[in-house]
Design a protein around this ligand. Structure first.
Ligand SMILES: Nc1ncnc2c1ncn2[C@@H]1O[C@H](COP(=O)(O)OP(=O)(O)O)[C@@H](O)[C@H]1O
Ligand SMILES: [Mg+2]
Length: 359
């Protein structure tokens, strides 16, 4: 029994949700063999308990069939994340499995709040996460993480590179760390794009499962340039239920479609306020996100209430997902749904590789 032979067996077994084998998915996290006792840690989708135990049984049977000498097989599962295979991504961001733009048509809809809480929720699930604050108009990630000062510099080979700051298990880089808060900068598309390129190429990110980008609001030239600059796995669009916000969110969806980036889903923020008597008040209107999701056939990843805990979490630099049970539940569910959608998209990509058009 060698590692190669063990992998050969695992390449015959399909992960039940994605219907692709464990090896091809990159879901073989560890193999440990002690005499004839085998221990495996494998990635898997979020699945009902009975499906998980059936999968363990079929893995055990397959090993016993292939290696009659085997004494025991132990299988542990962790949540599996596939890699977005993309040539541009592996040259610009080697070691990073997936990149997600958190975008909105309008500013002030809670994009940064959502980006921060999703990043922390993913880290809480045990994933390696980075977050780039690419919002050149209003970098707010340093405040929302309560991070001050400038990132460190380290030499890699003969090049100086930036070391991302790290908090709550998330590696963070912000344009705010490098900009004087009181200096007005008139950004142009190429400038914003080259700043972002530096954040990708000149920062030691290491290996990450997810790198999130808090994008500048809007759907103009700058946003379009940025979404082409980053090799994106997908976009998450944040909107309030209000019509003017949804109208801009739709423009965001169309912009990403133009540059061939799939929208993983939309998040409705500030969906409702819970009154002291428990009833819901729909301050910014109702169901705007749901209707957009139906119209564009994308997931509605979540409806986030408006409350003091979420606001204070941002202002105090301690994301509410870490301190508030409701937030933990809502953002935890959103993070899971994003993982699910990414795995689905990446698996489709493996089966039908991106068409590369040379011009
Ligand atoms: N669900 C929410 N409940 C309460 N306050 C929120 C919520 N989402 C965002 N906020 C607050 O609204 C303001 C704008 O949010 P922010 O995340 O900075 O938006 P954007 O990044 O889209 O400009 C911030 O003060 C933030 O704390
Ligand atoms: Mg913001």
């Amino acid at each position: 029994m060698t590692e190669d032979k063990i992998k050969e067996v695992l390449s015959k077994i399909k992960e039940p949700e994605l219907n692709v084998d464990f090896v091809k998915l990159g879901f073989v996290n560890s193999i440990s063999l002690n005499g004839n006792d085998l221990k495996l840690t494998l990635g898997i989708s979020e699945l009902p308990e009975n499906v998980r135990s059936e999968t363990i049984e079929s893995i055990k049977n397959e090993f016993k069939k292939s290696f009659p000498e085997i004494k025991s097989v132990e299988v542990a599962f962790v949540q599996g994340i596939t890699e977005h295979i993309n040539e541009k991504k592996s040259s610009v961001l080697p070691g990073i499995k997936n990149t997600i733009a958190i975008a909105s048509g309008k500013g002030g809809v809670g994009k940064s709040t959502v980006a921060v809480n999703i990043a922390v929720a993913l880290a809480e699930k045990g994933f390696k996460v980075g977050l780039i604050d690419a919002d050149i108009y209003g970098p707010s990630i340093p405040l929302m993480f309560d991070l001050k000062g400038k990132p460190g510099i380290t030499k890699v080979g003969d090049k100086n590179k930036l070391v991302p700051m790290e908090k709550y298990g998330v590696k963070v880089m912000s344009i705010g760390f490098l900009m004087d808060a009181n200096t007005a900068v008139v950004w142009r598309g190429p400038m914003a794009s080259s700043a972002l390129k530096q954040f990708m190429a000149d920062v030691v990110w290491g290996d990450l499962d997810f790198l999130l980008f808090d994008m500048p609001p809007g759907t103009g030239d700058i946003q379009l340039t940025l979404s082409q600059t980053i090799p994106l796995t997908g976009a998450v669009i944040v909107s309030t239920p209000q019509e003017i916000s949804i109208a801009d969110a739709k423009k965001g969806y169309i912009m990403f479609e133009k540059v061939n980036v799939p929208t993983l889903g939309i998040i409705e923020n500030m969906s409702y306020y819970i009154n002291p008597d428990g009833s819901k008040e729909f301050i910014f209107g109702k169901d705007g996100g749901r209707k957009m999701a139906e119209e564009f056939k994308v997931n509605l990843l979540g409806e986030i209430p408006i409350n003091t805990r979420i606001r204070a979490g941002g202002d105090e630099g301690k994301p509410s997902v870490l301190t508030d049970k409701d937030s933990e539940e809502i953002f935890g569910k959103i993070a899971s749904d994003i993982i699910k959608e990414i795995n689905k998209k990446n698996t489709e990509r493996v089966n039908t590789p991106d068409v590369v058009i040379e011009i």
